[in-house]
Structures are given as structure tokens and as C-alpha cells.
Design a protein around this ligand. Structure first.
Ligand code: SF4
Length: 390
């Protein structure tokens, strides 16, 4: 198996006991079948103790039985008791691997990192080099998800598609809604063909798009068109984003599990209640411009987030061929991030505090923790987008 890893993968080191938001709390921790087998092989007393910490043992999804919201192996120093004992083999696979997310596609696997981990969010925000997937020759990682559809032409198509879109997003002078829409229309056209099993037509759309990108890069067409025009970022109208915030992110337990995000959402309500969708949209466009003026690189941060999403998610379309769903979800994640980032920045301005790297890490990782690690949230976002946007 060949491995590829996101370009800053080798810089990651877990902050362990000093992590500001340990991954051992607040989440459901599933125990995989292989780890269950390992536990069954332990001596009787030990096995009994280990099994006491697992609920749903007879179901398809046994999970760690948490005590007051924390993993029972979480020590007072903020470490994992099983790891301290040197028994990583008894830890659920997700704990051994997190925040790495390794997905295999036929003969190769890709390792991405979850931005919900504050250390990963920090590395991501600090990264100056363009993101890429690089050959990974260090230790092998455990596969979390295996996608094996035995449809290599489609996998190659997705790889080419991802490279084309990443190249365009990385090289365009401006990252804005014009780029997002251009790519979205291309995804949409290809999706239509794929749903009707018209592969040749989908390939033709991709070829035409790639040629157009190369040509426009050659003549600098886009830069000329955009020169002087105010930058616009909103892909989804704010009334749709507002519904997602209110119904998918802001659930009753949020203040307990994710107090920082809850605070940002409260501020969002305070700033946007009473505004129409158009007024709210204009308000955020203005805030992002001000952020760019005061913190140059803000738009590029959003560009990097979009590219990261393409790397992380686009090949997963290999599983269900649903290209449109993946890209719409990514665009919504991006917009939620931009909105919460703007809110956190405004709050800092109000309190005369610098919106420094640590606070930006907090915004990004808190939001990721809420919106990406819960299938209920993902399904809710998708059904809302389907209803109000498509
Ligand atoms: S959230 Fe990240 S840095 Fe913190 S304990 Fe987990 S893996 Fe380590």
C-alpha cells in the first residue's frame, strides 16, 4: 500500500497534557472490532475491567462508556491511562490514530488531519506553503475507512478533477465567489452526467474546464476581469446560512460541550437579528474586507480552507459517486467558517484584544468539532441545502 499525507503531516505532535481541548472528552468514542478482539484475549480480571468501560458490546457499534462526559482512561494529567501503560493495542483505533484520518482507495491511502484538533488547526493556520498530498514514507497508519469500488477509471477521474480544481484555486489571483461558482457549475454538470452513467461526457466537461483554466492562466484573463471590482465571498445566501447556524450548530447541549462556539453564535444572533438576508450578507462582506485590511491574508486563509476541503473530501466521492453533495457541503463549511471567524474578530475588536493565532485556532477547531464530527449535523446541513438551494 502506498501512502500519501497532507503536506504538513510530519509537523504534527500531540500536545498531550497541555492540550487546550483534549480529544478524550465530549465525543462518542467507538470501539472497533479488532480492538474488541484484543480485549477478549486479555486475562479474565483485566478483560472484565476493560469491558465494564464499554457499552453496547452486543451491538454493531460498541463505544466507550464515559464518566461525567470524560473517557474513563483519561488521567488527571490529561493523558490516556492505556497509553501510559504502554497498551495502545487496547485503545480504540480512533484514539490511536486521531487526529489522523487515513482512507484507502484501492492500492493507495491518503492521510489527512482533523482541524478539530487545536494543534492541527494551528499548523494549518501557520502553513505558508501551498497545500498538497505528498508521498508518506514514515510509519504506516491504520486505515480508518476503506473505499474499494473496483472502478479505477472513476478514481483516476476524481484524482484529475481534484488536481484541476486545486490548481485553479491555488493559482487564481483572487479567491472569491466567482471562482466558487465557476467550480460549482463544473461539478454540477459532471454530476448530472455521472448520475446517468455518462462517463465520457463527464470527462469531456473536465477536459474543457481544464483547458479553459490553462488558457485563462496563459492570458491572465481572470485578473483583468476582476481588476478593481469589489471582492464578493458569499456563495449561499445568508438566510440559508442562518438556518444552518440556528438548527444544525446551535443545539441545546452546545453551551456545555463547546462553550466558545456557543458564545460566537450568541454574538452572531446579536449582530444579525433584525437584519434582512441581504443586509447581513453586505455586513459580512464589509467585515471580511476590513479583516483583510487589518490582517492581510484573511482571504487567503479562506482559500486554504477550501483547498484543504478538496484534498480531504473529494476522493471520498469514490464511495457513492455523489459529487454535488460533497462540494455543497464543503462550500457550506467554508461559509460557516468565514462567518464565525468574522464574529470572533469583531468581538476581539470590541474588547480591544488582538485576534491572534491562538484565538483563530480556537475559532476554527471549535467550529470543526461541532460541524464535522456528527453525522446528524452533516445530514441536517445537506437536507437544508437540498431544500433551500437546489
Ligand atoms: S486534540 Fe489533538 S493535540 Fe489535543 S490531545 Fe487530542 S490529538 Fe492531542
Amino acid at each position: 500500500m502506498k501512502y500519501f499525507g497532507i503536506s504538513f503531516l510530519d509537523k504534527f505532535h500531540c500536545s498531550k497534557g497541555v492540550c487546550p481541548k483534549t480529544c478524550c472528552k465530549g465525543w462518542q468514542i467507538l470501539v472497533d472490532a479488532k480492538t474488541m478482539e484484543k480485549i477478549e484475549q486479555e486475562p479474565a480480571d483485566r478483560r472484565k475491567t476493560l469491558l465494564r468501560n464499554i457499552k453496547g458490546q452486543k451491538t454493531d457499534s460498541p463505544q466507550i462508556r464515559k464518566r461525567l462526559g470524560s473517557c474513563p482512561y483519561h488521567t488527571g494529567e490529561g493523558l490516556c491511562g492505556l497509553q501510559q501503560e504502554g497498551r495502545t493495542d487496547l485503545m480504540p483505533r480512533v484514539c490511536r490514530e486521531y487526529p489522523r484520518r487515513t482512507i484507502s482507495y484501492e492500492a493507495f491511502a491518503e492521510i489527512a488531519l482533523e482541524l478539530a484538533c487545536p494543534e492541527v488547526a494551528r499548523l494549518f493556520l501557520e502553513e505558508k506553503e501551498p497545500l498538497s498530498m505528498l508521498p508518506w514514507q514514515k510509519e504506516e497508519r491504520e486505515i480508518l475507512w476503506k473505499i474499494g469500488n473496483e472502478d479505477l477509471p472513476f478514481l483516476e477521474f476524481l484524482q484529475e478533477l481534484r488536481q484541476t480544481m486545486v490548481d485553479e484555486a491555488q493559482t487564481q489571483e483572487r479567491f472569491d465567489v466567482a471562482l466558487l461558482y465557476r467550480q460549482y457549475r463544473c461539478f454540477d454538470a459532471m454530476h448530472e452526467h455521472l448520475m446517468r452513467d455518462k462517463r465520457a461526457e463527464a470527462n469531456a466537461v473536465l477536459d474543457a474546464y481544464r483547458n479553459r483554466c490553462q488558457e485563462s492562466r496563459r492570458v491572465g484573463e481572470q485578473e483583468d476581469l476582476d481588476a478593481g471590482a469589489p471582492r464578493q465571498m458569499l456563495f449561499f445566501p445568508m438566510d440559508l446560512v442562518d438556518k444552518v447556524i440556528a438548527h444544525q450548530l446551535d443545539l441545546p447541549n452546545l453551551a456545555v460541550n463547546n462553550a466558545y462556539l456557543k458564545k460566537c453564535i450568541r454574538l452572531y444572533y446579536r449582530l444579525c437579528n433584525g437584519k434582512t438576508a441581504e443586509e447581513a450578507g453586505a455586513f459580512f462582506e464589509k467585515v471580511w474586507q476590513e479583516m483583510e485590511e487589518e490582517m492581510p491574508g484573511t482571504y487567503d486563509k479562506y482559500r486554504k480552507y477550501y483547498i484543504y476541503y478538496l484534498y480531504e473530501m473529494l476522493l471520498c466521492v469514490y464511495e457513492d459517486y455523489h459529487l454535488l453533495k460533497t462540494i455543497l457541503l464543503g462550500n457550506m463549511y467554508l461559509e460557516l467558517y468565514m462567518v464565525m471567524d468574522a464574529i470572533a474578530w469583531l468581538d476581539c475588536k470590541k474588547h480591544k484584544v488582538t485576534y491572534d493565532l491562538e484565538l483563530q485556532v480556537r475559532t476554527l477547531s471549535s467550529l470543526e468539532r461541532r460541524m464535522r464530527h456528527n453525522t446528524g449535523v452533516t445530514d441536517g446541513i445537506l437536507s437544508r441545502v437540498r431544500k433551500d438551494f437546489l
